[in-house]
Design a protein around this ligand. Structure first.
Ligand code: NAD
Ligand code: UDP
Length: 318
């Protein structure tokens, strides 16, 4: 296949490029570097099956030559208002990437007769009242809160994707990604994994927002990419949760990071509840197991062990 990947210079997009190339496909990467990093793709320069187009997906997209698949991953993805890369600080760009960017990438897929895969998110469930979250849950989302620029853009993106599927018969897929971590996350994007590892490696107290009793379920990037690749090859048009169902409190997670890095100290800061920080999050992955025969294999400690060297190197270069 020849595959267009938007958000290619980001954390997940760059791993996706690597995986598709490793499977023998051709990749056209697209990014405007708003939260991504050209370094994530530097190793692909000169690769025979890889090309890159610098472009903002909010504007009309033209890709010469044939395309067999379009994977739309371009969007800021960190909720942290303390980071310049957080979508709260890029609100209009985030809505445009999710809304106009999805419209444009669906248009490209339609023009090429290509299959389409949308990177959606567990955030479409909002601060969920149903636990764990299965795909049939409609969510509990604040339409005007700080996170709404991301959540509602992704909900619009899912609706538009399904409209193209139903009305234009486009061959679409929707992956609902739960918290994923690994090498190539932006060290300053403010998400909990980069924040904690960076603080631990610098010998600082880890910042916990609130009492740390809120939960997340963390998936290592290789497991996620495997699930997404299987979804791309499948005929599943319904949304599919991909994530690791092992749930941990943020406090337990901080203690794990401190133990693994022989660091000490926690610093409690005001909880981001006012900003819609979900209290609990865990994917129900029954559908992924059933239709993709997929489940994660890498546990949290192994994943963190594989991630720390990346951040160590980044810090030494800063
Ligand atoms: P990231 O910030 O590392 O990557 C996003 C990439 O998209 C960046 O390279 C950025 O420059 C690019 N981008 C943003 N707006 C763009 C635009 N208008 N035009 C072109 N490029 C643009 O984030 P990530 O974690 O890799 O997330 C990738 C996708 O996965 C996003 O759509 C995100 O919503 C989704 N997702 C990620 C997670 C996670 O845990 N990592 C969870 C749920 C959903
Ligand atoms: N968090 C934290 N300290 C940090 C960064 C995040 O306690 O330095 C918390 C945050 O409030 C949230 C959880 O960790 O409850 C996960 O946050 P993240 O920004 O990674 O993404 P989210 O899952 O909220 O989209």
């Amino acid at each position: 296949m020849r595959v267009l990947i938007t958000g290619a210079a980001g954390f997940l997009g760059s791993h996706l490029c690597d995986r598709l190339l490793a499977e023998g496909h051709e990749v056209v990467g697209m990014d405007n570097f708003i939260t991504g990093n050209p370094q994530n793709l530097a190793h692909l320069a000169g690769h025979d099956c890889y090309e890159f187009i610098r472009h903002d997906v909010s504007n009309f997209i033209f890709v010469p030559g044939k395309l067999d698949a379009v994977m739309h991953f371009a969007s800021p993805a960190s909720p942290n208002p303390n980071s310049p890369y957080g979508y709260v600080n890029l609100p209009i760009q985030t809505m445009k990437a999710g809304a106009l960017g999805t419209h444009n990438t669906l248009g490209v897929a339609k023009a090429h007769g290509a299959r389409f895969l949308l990177a959606s998110t567990s955030e479409i469930y909002g601060d969920p009242l149903v636990h764990p979250q299965e795909e049939s849950y409609w969510g509990h989302v604040d339409p005007i809160g700080e996170r709404s620029v991301y959540d509602e853009a992704k909900r619009f993106a899912e609706a538009l994707t399904m409209a193209y599927h139903r009305f234009h018969d486009l061959d679409t897929r929707v992956v609902r990604i739960f918290n994923t971590f690994g090498p190539r996350m932006h060290i300053n994007d403010g998400r909990v994994v980069p924040n904690f590892i960076k603080q631990a490696l610098q010998g600082e107290a880890l910042t916990i927002y609130g009492d740390g009793q809120q939960t997340r379920s963390f998936c290592y990037v290789d497991d996620l990419i495997e699930g997404i690749y299987r979804l791309l090859l499948s005929d599943e048009h319904r949304p599919v949760n991909i994530g690791n169902p092992v749930e941990t409190t943020i406090l337990e997670f901080a203690q794990t990071i401190n133990t693994m890095t022989q660091n000490e100290g926690l610093k409690f800061e005001p909880q981001r509840r006012g900003e819609g920080d979900p209290q609990r999050r865990r994917p129900d992955i029954s559908r992924a197991k059933e239709v993709l025969d997929w489940e994660p294999n890498i546990d949290l400690v192994d994943g963190i062990r594989q991630t720390i060297p990346y951040f160590r190197e980044k810090l030494s270069l800063q």
